[in-house]
Design a protein around this ligand. Sequence first.
Ligand code: GLY
Length: 392
Amino acid sequence: MTHPESPESTPIIVVGAGVIGLTVAFELARRRIPVLVLERDHVGAGAAGVAAGMLAVVGEAEHETAELADLLVTSQRAYPAFVRELQHASGRDVGFVTEGTLIVGLGRDGEQELRHSQRAQDRLGLRSSWLTGDEARALEPHLGPRISAALLAREDHQVDPRALLPALAAATEALGGRVLTGTRVTGFDTTAGRLTAVVGVHQGDDRPFAIRCEAAVLAAGAWCAVGLAWPAAPVLVRPVKGQVVRLRGPAILRRVVRDTQVYLVPRRNGELVVGATMEDVGFDAAPTAGAVTDLLWQARLLAPAVYDLEIVEVGVGFRPAARDHLPTIGPTDVPGLYVATGHFRHGILLAPTTAVLLADLLVDDRMSPLLDRFRPGRFEAASRTAPSVDSR
Ligand code: GLY
């Protein structure tokens, strides 16, 4: 039975209206491919609704594998055009701020870490400028006295995910796609091993639906492995909890400021977003006193004026993380069924490139070599080729 609001069939279904699902839908809609997004909750109910929105290649790529660093750099370069097209298609502003990021070091140890980071960044071809503590304070007068050095990453920008997601939904619909919220996908029908339909229930009245499609993309973030009858090899993602404190008051920073412990992201609307913890505690959504204490203490070392700001929210998000902390993007072993998840700390930044590469695959059957390392089947392939342990 099909709900009056849901179609009987559509060429492509995307499951999940988070940043990845909606960006894939927007990209397909731009290519004039009819696309339907199914979301069990509301737009941005998952990790992206809590995310700070840093586009932090210089700040983050040094900790990543070469393949992921390549993907991060590619997506960062794609961002300005992506934002331009999205703002044009949606008629909305997405809070893209291009003031760059200051990565700061506290004391002699912090300075040493920055030198190490800059060498790692150089090896990746990423640029940043070395500043003394006083030079950094000349740019950001509210930085604390213990900051002894900083790297200015001019290309590490930010976007406001709470503006980005509604814009993606609006743009997708303006280009002929549809976004249906309150629709919980429970499984995928196959015939002769090939995907034929996406099935589920409407939240609230539990009415079932089955929508025939040629292809579907599972982009449900940390929920990809939860409550789904899944016909392909398992998608191995787990949630990594991140707590984020939102503050409000007089603007104390112009650009993103971060160190290895904490980041401070000033929004144009006057908010200061302070994040984030990394906790392997499953889907425990409780904000905790310890996390807030730690985040604000660390934030205060970077910018003492944080002390006087008002706390407006403590948000909890669940980053989707695979075992190897790399994204999972591409076709499954069921023809017609694709996955895009596991973006871990980089969902906002990687969304445009994920969407373009996946759309190339869905529309033109073109698999970019950039995706080789991120194939959904990589864990099964590794366990098949792993040498067996002789236990005699
Ligand atoms: N992208 C930053 C974080 O996940 O905390």
